[in-house]
Design a protein around this ligand. Structure first.
Ligand code: B12
Length: 335
């Protein structure tokens, strides 16, 4: 997306989320003291995302706003040229011949991206269904085994470090190695990064390099913008190759940030191979328990739109800082 548009959209979303939070902050606790309400993304809602690929934001759909205070992005105009062959064909209508209730069947199909109502040819799947399965499976394999292009990392100004794994096969078989930074990279991180920032952003391919290639630029730029709008200080971001979620604990030990946000590729499924997650933790350190992490998942063009996600992550970070807790501890403190 156009970087100027990202700036404007992020600012609008952050303002909207802030206004919503402010009105919720008026809720009064048992003691009569106003308490803040932590409201997370409505995962259960059946509503379509407000900004979806079907209704793209255009320059004209964004109200002109004063752009003072916006961070300056580089020229990302030619970022991520799309390859026409990467889009899976979505089968939206029933493949069943003479269904007894075609309307109801169509309604069910429209409710889910799962492969339902696909019919069969004798005992076998139909050719269309089978080809789509092969396509999506191949995309999943590519996502896991592919590498994120250096060009993208350079464009975002990220330097690259590695975990204790260099080989993808080892990465898959030994998640524990992907949770630790390689010793030699610790030195590099210490040299290049500012210590004790409020927020430390890290990015990792994880289980889907495609998720990074497709989404990280918009999420990252919008997150930066969101954090800037909220007046939060951000450390030196970097990219961790073949990382797992808990690698954030090593980063926490080294740089001592208040909050770590890790943008990482999710294990691909057969619906999307390019879904990104943001894992967050307040003061992650060696021995952090899983319950203290939190996740905003399903960030991709058919899920949470990347720019909205970036803006939203900023406001969640603000709440983590306010309560000095994340995950289950945050929920406990809030109630
Ligand atoms: C694989 C997976 C798991 C595996 C992780 C095992 C492993 N070592 O890989 C298992 C089965 C253990 C698991 C458990 C849970 N999961 Co899970 N999981 C996933 C899945 C399919 C992929 C995650 C992924 O690719 N991560 C990236 C890779 C690189 O991470 P990793 O380092 O290899 O593994 C870590 C993460 O996967 C993380 N993790 C996995 N699930 C969850 C959930 C939460 C809330 C957190 C904070 C972390 C977390 O724990 C792993 C160890 O550190 C996602 C679906 C998705 N769309 O993302 C759901 C998903 C993330 N899980 C979810 C949930 C709800 C859970 C549980 C809370 C279920 C439960 N009631 O017990 C637990 C919590 C586990 C935890 N760590 O705190 C939800 C989160 C919803 C949300 N937005 O809050 C998701 C999005 C599925 C869904 N659509 O509902 N999960």
């Amino acid at each position: 997306m156009n970087p100027e548009l990202i700036e404007k959209v992020t600012k609008l979303i952050v303002e909207k989320l802030q206004t919503a939070n402010e009105s919720e902050t008026q809720v009064t606790g048992i003691s009569g003291v106003p308490r803040a309400v932590v409201k997370f993304w409505d995962h259960k809602s059946n509503e379509k995302p407000k900004i979806s690929n079907n209704s793209p934001i255009t320059e004209s759909s964004v109200k002109e706003k004063d752009s003072v205070g916006l961070i300056q992005f580089g020229n990302y105009g030619t970022a991520n040229p799309k390859n026409d062959f990467t889009e899976s064909v979505v089968l939206t209508s029933s493949q069943i011949e003479n269904p007894s209730n075609p309307e109801e069947l169509q309604e069910l199909i429209a409710k889910t991206p799962s492969r339902i109502g696909v019919g069969r040819a004798g005992l076998r799947p139909k050719t269309d269904t089978w080809l789509k399965f092969r396509f999506d499976h191949a995309a999943a394999v590519d996502a896991v085994y592919g590498d994120v292009k250096e060009e993208l990392l350079n464009r975002l100004g990220l330097f690259k470090v590695s975990t204790r794994v260099s080989d993808k096969e080892v990465y898959i078989r030994r998640p524990d190695y992907g949770r630790k930074l390689a010793d030699e990279t610790k030195q590099l991180i210490s040299e290049k990064c500012r210590k004790e920032p409020t927020v430390q952003i890290i990015i990792s391919d994880g289980l889907s390099s495609s998720a990074i290639e497709e989404n990280v630029e918009d999420v990252y730029l919008s997150l930066q913008q969101s954090l800037q709008s909220l007046g939060l200080d951000v450390g030196t971001p970097f990219y961790i190759e073949k990382g797992r979620v808990a690698v954030m604990d090593d980063v926490g030990e080294l740089l001592q940030p208040k909050v770590v946000v890790l943008l990482i590729g999710e294990r691909p499924g057969l619906v999307s191979a390019e879904s990104l997650s943001a894992y967050l933790c307040y003061m992650p350190r060696r021995g952090t328990i899983e319950a203290d992490r939190m996740v905003i998942s399903n960030i991709h063009k058919g899920g949470i739109p990347p720019v909205e996600a970036g803006a939203y992550i900023g406001t969640v970070i603000q709440k983590i800082l306010k309560y000095e807790a994340s995950g289950v501890s945050l929920v406990q403190k809030e109630s």
